[in-house]
Design a protein around this ligand. Structure first.
Ligand SMILES: Nc1ncnc2c1ncn2[C@@H]1O[C@H](COP(=O)(O)OP(=O)(O)OP(=O)(O)O)[C@@H](O)[C@H]1O
Length: 268
């Protein structure tokens, strides 16, 4: 069974949503629908299945719909049409308690901007999610210390975010997500603000942790090298549509069209 599945997902923002959806379902493209209905088109008929313990990269230019797609997987965004399934269950059917459970237990998210709490030290930042889901302080701190050690920050538990480098902050963000012990990690351009060498270190760290922990990771990037380095599979979006989903090798050797061929050709 797929761990995560999107079935015929459409997302339209604002404007005349019903009219926009109808036009898209008849095959219209993003630009014409936006012009004719005043709606912003996020996603068009996306179907994507992600297997357990895989790193699925979502790649595409700015505005192609990467964040919109991935935010459907923890219901930060609800689709205009279509279904999203986690472990075979339609998450749009979840009640408030089910949604809380999804966000606290099943899916964690790591952002580009780190999202750390500035007035709490590193240990408390990592423990924060555990405390808010009701774990006692001693357990939360023990787990936080464990994950800080795993990301190489054992000696930095008492420091504050402002005193850390970007790479260290992103390690804290990663430790915080891992501490939640959820099976799914959503990572929205987590390394794009980092210097190239630090970025490479973080990619290595993620590969090592993934090999060991076997999480299902959905990783957004617009960097082709990063996508090829990290992804078991890569989904390439263009103007809200999925143009190809496949292994790095498949994208390289059997690109679905000229656009995919040009996109992957930039790989160094
Ligand atoms: N809240 C919103 N309201 C209106 N339009 C939106 C909203 N969020 C996204 N969009 C539009 O949906 C489309 C896809 O945006 P999205 O942010 O998902 O793309 P992206 O590939 O993640 O881009 P980036 O790489 O710049 O983050 C864009 O045309 C964007 O303008």
């Amino acid at each position: 069974m797929s761990h995560i599945e999107a079935r015929n997902v459409y997302k339209v923002y604002g404007g005349n949503e019903a009219a926009a959806l109808r036009l898209l379902q008849q095959g219209a493209d993003k630009a014409s629908v936006q012009r004719d209905t005043g709606a912003q088109v996020g996603l068009i008929d996306i179907s994507l299945a992600i297997a357990p313990a895989q790193t699925q990269v979502v790649m595409g230019l700015s505005g192609s719909g990467k964040s919109t797609l991935v935010r459907h997987f923890n219901r930060l965004i609800d689709p205009s049409a279509g279904q999203v399934l986690i472990n075979g269950r339609d998450i749009l059917q979840l009640d408030a308690a089910g949604l809380r459970q999804l966000r606290r237990r099943t899916v964690s998210m790591v952002f580009q901007g780190f999202g750390l709490l500035p007035h709490r030290n590193v240990l408390d930042n990592v423990a924060y999610g555990l405390l808010t889901r009701g774990e006692c302080k001693a357990d939360a701190h023990a787990q936080a210390r464990h994950w800080l050690e795993r990301v190489g920050l054992a000696g930095d538990a008492q420091r504050y975010p402002h005193a850390l480098s970007g790479g260290m902050r992103q390690r804290v963000g990663l430790a915080r997500a891992l501490a939640m012990d959820s099976d799914i990690l959503l990572m929205d351009e987590p390394f794009s603000a980092l210097d190239p060498l630090i970025r490479r270190d973080m990619q290595q760290l993620l590969l090592a942790l993934q090999g060991e922990l076997q999480k299902t990771i959905v990783f957004i990037t617009h960097d082709v090298d990063e996508a090829f380095r990290l992804g078991h599979r890569i989904a390439l979006l263009r103007d809200g549509r999925l143009v190809q989903q496949g292994t790095p090798e498949e994208l390289r050797t059997r690109p679905a069209d000229e656009y995919v061929a040009r996109f992957v050709a930039v790989q160094s």
